[in-house]
Design a protein around this ligand. Sequence first.
Ligand code: GLU
Length: 450
Amino acid sequence: MSYVSRTLQGLKQSFPAQTEFYQAVEEVLETLPPVLEANPRYEEQNILRRIIEPERQITFRVTWMDDDNRIQVNRGHRVQFNSALGPYKGGLRFHPTVNPSIIKFLGFEQIFKNALTGLAIGGGKGGSNFDPRGRSDMEIMRFCQSFMTELYRHVGPTTDVPAGDIGVGTREIAYLFGQYKRLTKRFEGVLTGKGLLWGGSAGREAATGHGCVYFAQHMLEDRGEQLEGQRCLVSGAGNVALHTVEKLYELNATPVTVSDSKGTLYHADGIDLPLVRSLKRQPNGSLAAYMEEHTEAEYTPVSDYPADGHAVWRYPAFAAFPSATQNELTRADAEALVENGCQCLAEGANMPCEAEAVHFLEDVGIAYGPGKAANAGGVAVSQLEMAQNARMQAWSEERVDEHLQRIMREIYLRASTTAEEFGVPGNLVVGGNIAGFRRVAEAMIDQGAV
Ligand code: GLU
């Protein structure tokens, strides 16, 4: 394709209709009528119209030199969605699919998730269509430095505190932090997910995955069930998925799957976690190589997935933990899960279930933990990192884990008691959304028409 056609095609792809954002808004708004009826002030104060409008959106050019000394161009985003409860808080995603719709859906969900933790954090999200896969360490560093060269003027420990998400881990946070410090001369908690030597919190990396399993335990406990001895499906093979696998093993459950963008791995004896970790550490590492060590395992490449969904959800199991990305679980997948005896689904990823899948799971009434509740452990421990930074302290891993367990329990209780209050016991979608929404709406009303 010519340089001109490639440029035109890229431009068209970068501003599609904001379908994911509309999906996330609809998912929240359709659960709110009961609370709007009970509180006419919310409509009088035009809360819905205000809450779907980001307070500020920043889009910027990120130019960087690749290893062949060519100038590369990506687009950077930061959506500062809502600061009613605290500084904007939410991760950065580096992935080729990133566009304004994806960042706005993530930022919108972050408002309610953060509110549901009970902590003082607003909602925001950012990222870039930069694809870190196959890039050298030095290319990643130059990209991160260029990204921060614009972002630094919009963030700060009491204004906006980014963190990681897909494609952004400790290495990227480190390069971003180094550049922030160089530009501002300030060593402060402007990012979370930092390295332990320079202001990071023990337990942050594991928090989303571990928290998601704690959340599943609470849902199951209320139903007189437990994870111990049960087979579990996990999708993804990133930070959230692998810490979910880790915690499931600690509880004597058996995680039998992981997946990545190329395929799905199934191992009936239980996933060999150290092996998956070492495969994923290699640049362009593929799960297919797992079969060389474990010939009895099963690998399904994406080309062999069912037409109406994902291979990972077609194995029988007691619980499912979608921990890869948005819309990775269709209605047909949800039906297959339930048909195969699945009793519990906890979302480690953000909006992994398509809307139709969510409605099906609600109708069937299995234990369903939406991401805004189930995966809030990550951002909650980010807030603990901010608190440690502000006090110039560093807590032990045990202390952080105690707090994480308490926060996950409180999130569960907040969502489930609110569900009961509104006459839909066990519906954590409705309960979680209303509980988070109420905190934000009340704070917005207190602060006037801003
Ligand atoms: N990206 C994570 C999330 O989706 C974490 C955000 C944070 O720690 O600020 O919640």
